[in-house]
Design a binder for this molecule. Structure first.
Ligand code: NDP
Ligand code: MG
Length: 380
């Protein structure tokens, strides 16, 4: 019996983690945390009996308390609640499936408390990788990737020496607007951007996939997870999303992990690593698939990728600015306050205005985040 906690239990990754728990029968859930989805939280509490539940919003927490008054469960709110769920003594693994930089502090505290991290929340590594990776090493905990590309690399690395890697080939679907011109991108609507060709995911990451910001975040995530130089990370567009990523070794051999697009595989792999378990679902049928094709990413039109490389090369607090500007811009786009390509404009303006801090502390990361938010508030 393994015990886990889930930050972001009501989201796309969170609910699929609970699907994995349900299918296996030997995982226990000690704590769950979410933003405000009371109805789903109540159902999850009744099914999985966590000891502690964190709800970000006060009002939602009150409502949940009333709804589960017949049960023995502690309901908490705000950051205090998130930190409590992240550090519950009985949990061995914390699944970080919360969206955005809000995940940094709970992840850091979970590591300090000796928990292995099944990491979906890439924004945390992008902004605070320089704090998190050494801390994880110091505390002897594992950062197990849940992101499908990073899980693919992690799976290909099994038994191999990271020093033998020549480069990482991170695959990308290209998103719903692959092949469009910059002019055509300007008028795209929220509904169109939310239609990912292959994966069903939360709203923020779906927009990030359409801008290719997600791929940029994943390049930075890979840099931290596998200790690579940026020059060793290449993005390859593979529109069918069958190859989840690849490693090229020094001798020219390339290892790839393939499969149908199903996040339950990387989630389950992280939870049981190094064991593999049966997972129900479709299997790849190569004859039916017919072909797997490759392209270079269009970095002239999809500026998310070149801007991410710029942020990563500058380093320090710049990835935080890139990420924070994107988080706020995406939220405005989803509220239909700005256009799709304004996301790029906002990211570039925030990075241009920022004076980089070389090795930002957690406090300085959070200050940089605020700086980006304030600039956006004043101009858009
Ligand atoms: P969703 O939007 O589907 O879910 C986000 C979760 O976070 C929800 O449970 C939400 O709760 C919770 N949440 C939001 N704000 C807070 C808060 N302040 N306090 C506590 N909980 C909060 O996102 P995804 O599952 O798609 O993505 C989660 C992370 O995983 C992201 O970092 C994403 O980049 C990454 N990821 C996702 C993949 C996917 O397939 N979805 C693939 C690879 C990575 P509520 O619903 O109650 O608001
Ligand atoms: Mg991914």
């Amino acid at each position: 019996m393994k015990t886990i906690s889930i930050l972001g239990s009501t989201g796309s990754i969170g609910t699929q983690t609970l699907d994995v728990v349900r299918a296996n029968g030997d995982l226990r859930v000690a704590g769950i945390a979410a933003g405000r989805n009371v109805r789903l939280l109540e159902a999850q509490i009744r099914e999985f009996s966590p000891k502690v539940v964190a709800v970000w919003e006060e009002e939602a927490a009150k409502e949940l308390k009333t709804a589960v008054a017949d049960l023995d469960v502690k309901i908490m709110t705000g950051m205090e609640g998130l930190l409590e769920v992240a550090t519950l003594p009985e949990a061995e693994i914390v699944v970080t499936a919360i969206v955005g930089m809000i995940g940094i502090r709970p992840t850091i505290e979970a590591i300090r408390a000796g928990k292995d991290i099944a990491l979906a929340n890439k924004e945390t590594l992008v902004t605070a990788g320089h704090l998190i990776m050494p801390l994880a090493q110091e505390c002897g905990v594992r950062i197990l990737p849940v992101d499908s590309e990073h899980s693919a690399i992690f799976q290909c690395l099994n038994g191999e020496q990271p020093s033998q890697i020549e480069k990482l080939l991170i695959t990308a679907s290209g998103g719903p607007f692959r092949g469009r011109t910059a002019e055509e991108l300007k008028g795209v609507r929220v509904e169109d951007a939310l239609k990912h060709p292959n994966w069903s995911m939360g709203q923020k990451i779906t927009i990030d996939s359409a801008t290719l910001v997600n791929k940029g975040l994943e390049v930075m995530e890979a840099k931290w997870l596998f200790g690579m130089d940026l020059d060793q990370i290449e993005v390859v567009v593979q529109p069918q999303s069958v190859i989840h990523s690849m490693i090229e070794f020094k001798d020219g051999a390339i290892m790839a992990q393939l499969g149908t697009p199903d996040m339950k595989l990387p989630i389950q792999y992280a939870l049981y690593y190094p064991e593999r378990r049966y997972l129900a679902g479709d299997r790849l049928d190569f004859a039916k698939l017919g072909q797997i094709t490759f392209e270079r990413p269009d970095t002239e039109v999809f500026l998310g990728l070149p801007y991410a490389y710029r942020a990563a090369r500058e380093g320090g607090s710049m990835p935080t600015i890139f990420n924070a500007a994107n988080e706020r811009a995406v939220s405005r786009f989803l509220q239909r306050k700005i256009g799709f390509t304004d996301i790029y404009e906002i990211i570039a303006a925030c990075m241009d205005a920022h004076k980089k801090i070389e090795h930002p502390s957690l406090e300085q990361i959070l200050e940089a985040e605020q700086e980006a938010y304030e600039l956006i508030e004043s101009r858009w």
